[in-house]
Design a protein around this ligand. Structure first.
Ligand code: NAD
Length: 250
């Protein structure tokens, strides 16, 4: 990809799954990478796996002070900030009628308020300095209805609208886009789907399989690169045609 060498990149939720694969990809492109994650053991693991990382800072995106503190450290470690992959997220598989108030609050706190906090703190820095790129992780769940994830779906739809609104206000200095993956084989997906459920999903997908985290990472790298300089305020779906046909494809 053009223009990623020496770019200063922060990835939230970077210690696992899509975030970890994205960290590896940006390192491969010659970028400098800092991770923010709330899982200490996972941070230690990923630091050992990716020795090229500048740092992995512990921060819970629901806590504004922690995010602010971690971004302060990240900017020092990187010598600035050019790209933020706003990716930390959680999901809980439960029926709409069973969602407790605590679960609803927690999912919104991480997936929507957390994304807002990271985006606002990153954007304030970029607007005062040399601009940059912010990429938010949405989901096909923010575009279509899916059973058993009403709270999660709501947050991802919110991330898409946040992305569009930010792009309008922050242009031309900061580009903001969302990536909306379909089914990706990560620890999040493994935690909620048995082997039988994974196989049943694969059978329905036109490409016949889940995405690999590395395939989503490649889209992040492209959107952050100079080749994507005119891409702004959009949602890029990466779902192997899962949502291409609606009912007709079932
Ligand atoms: N796996 C999929 O099929 C899929 C599909 C569409 C979208 N997504 C989205 O992709 C993103 C990454 O998901 P994944 O599948 O790689 O999951 P994952 O569980 O493998 O990784 C998520 C990471 O986020 C971190 N995290 C969670 N809550 C946090 C918080 N409050 N503060 C800081 N870090 C936190 C976790 O510690 C973990 O390292 C999420 O936003 C998810 O909603 C995943």
């Amino acid at each position: 990809m053009r223009g990623l060498r020496d770019k200063r990149v922060v990835i939230t939720g970077g210690a696992s799954g899509i975030g970890a694969a994205t960290a590896a990809r940006f390192l491969e492109e010659g970028s400098k990478v800092v991770l923010l994650d709330r899982d200490e053991a996972a941070c230690q693991r990923i630091r050992a796996e990716l020795p090229g990382l500048c740092a992995a800072f512990l921060a819970d995106v629901t806590d504004r002070k922690q995010v602010q503190h971690a971004f302060g450290n990240a900017v020092v470690a990187l010598g600035g900030l050019d790209v933020v992959i706003n990716n930390a997220g959680i999901s809980v598989r439960h029926r709409f009628l069973d969602i407790t108030q605590d679960e609803w609050n927690q999912v919104l706190a991480v997936n929507l308020t957390g994304v807002f906090q990271v985006a606002q703190i990153a954007a304030s820095y970029m607007m005062k300095h040399d601009g940059g790129v912010i990429l938010n992780t949405a989901s096909t769940n923010g575009i279509m209805g899916y059973p058993n994830y009403a709270d999660y779906n709501t947050t991802k739809a919110g991330v898409i609208e946040l992305t569009r609104s930010m792009a309008l206000e922050l242009a031309p200095k900061v580009r903001v886009n969302a990536v909306a993956p379909g089914y990706v084989l990560t620890p999040m997906q493994r935690a909620e789907y048995s082997d039988e459920m994974l196989a049943a999903v694969n059978q329905k997908l036109p490409l016949g399989r889940h995405a690999q985290p590395e395939e989503v990472a490649a889209l992040f790298a492209f959107l952050a690169s100079d080749d994507a300089a005119y891409l702004n305020g959009q949602v890029y779906v990466i779902d192997g045609a899962e949502t291409a046909g609606g009912l007709a494809s079932r």
